[in-house]
Design a protein around this ligand. Structure first.
Ligand SMILES: [Zn+2]
Length: 286
């Protein structure tokens, strides 16, 4: 690999933990305060909306009624496609203030797929006691997903401990802490969250990133939060959940863009077929 290439790939990796998904818009609105699906991200969004002093105005996006379960227009709803995959891993989203309000935020998709998804709004001056309790919970091994170059080498890990450890000792369940924010916000969150300081930092490596890109035929450097979560599930050996999350993101992106462009859904395209195949598979043994 040429040095320039290595640097570029490394830069791509450093953006992994935080990069925003394509199509993120500031088309925020405060029209739905009830949630058809109560999961960590939908509840955080509802709480954040309730705190808003005034409604956000959509800019360039659709302003019509949205489904409370998926944030899309009812005509383009993805709720019937929500997958159900058993996962051992958990995901803890630390979300920048505005993040839960974005209709295109993909942390929502993680919460749809990974049952044990936790979401907390991040603030420099206060920390939710439930977050601290989660990080202390002995069933979990938390990993902060962040570029290793920003921390001392002894904190950096590149792999995830096996849950089914040798010698009959059951390991801890991996808990992936994702900073769901712009890169600038995420660096600040990482620096100013002392409760993360003692945790291992899972740094995604350039070869993992490039393999992922090849498989996904990705052409740009930007990864959204659900793709980072899929990579983490891969490292945890949870390949079905990983693939399901990827297929679900593809389906969601299609519905989102078709809604924005007022076009019909291609229900039989490759992404829908893939998601159907994955969700029809029997649950893995054990
Ligand atoms: Zn829906």
């Amino acid at each position: 690999m040429a040095p320039d290439d290595a640097v570029r790939r490394h830069e791509g990796a450093t953006r992994l933990a935080t990069a925003e998904c394509v199509n993120i818009e500031r088309n925020l609105e405060a029209t739905e305060l009830t949630c058809a699906t109560a999961h960590a991200v939908s509840l955080l969004r509802a709480a954040r909306l309730a705190r808003s002093a005034k409604p956000f105005l959509a800019r360039g996006g659709f302003k019509r009624e949205r489904c409370a379960g998926c944030r899309l227009l009812p005509s383009h709803c993805t709720c019937a496609l929500r997958p159900n995959v058993p996962t051992l891993s958990g995901v803890c989203l630390l979300m920048a203030d505005i993040e839960p309000l974005k209709p295109s935020n993909t942390g929502w998709l993680i919460a749809d797929v990974v049952a044990d998804t936790f979401a907390f709004g991040w603030a420099r001056t206060e920390t939710d006691p439930a977050l601290l309790a989660l990080l202390r919970d002995p069933q979990w091994q938390p990993y902060v997903v962040f570029p290793g170059e920003y921390v001392s080498p002894e904190r950096v890990v590149h792999s995830v401990q096996s849950y089914s450890a040798a010698d009959g000792v059951v390991g801890k369940r991996p808990l992936f802490i994702l900073l769901d924010a712009t890169w600038a916000e995420a660096r600040k969150m990482f620096r100013k969250s002392p409760y993360l300081d003692h945790l291992p930092v899972l740094s995604l490596q350039p070869d993992q990133v490039s393999q992922y890109r090849l498989r996904r035929s990705r052409r740009n450097d930007h990864f959204c939060t659900s793709e980072v979560a899929a990579l983490c599930l891969n490292l945890a050996g949870e390949h079905r959940a990983e693939q399901t999350l990827e297929a679900y993101l593809d389906v969601f992106t299609h519905h989102y863009l078709q809604a924005r462009n007022q076009l019909p859904i291609a229900w039989d395209d490759a992404a829908h077929q893939r998601l159907r195949e994955l969700t029809a598979m029997p649950a893995p043994a054990g």
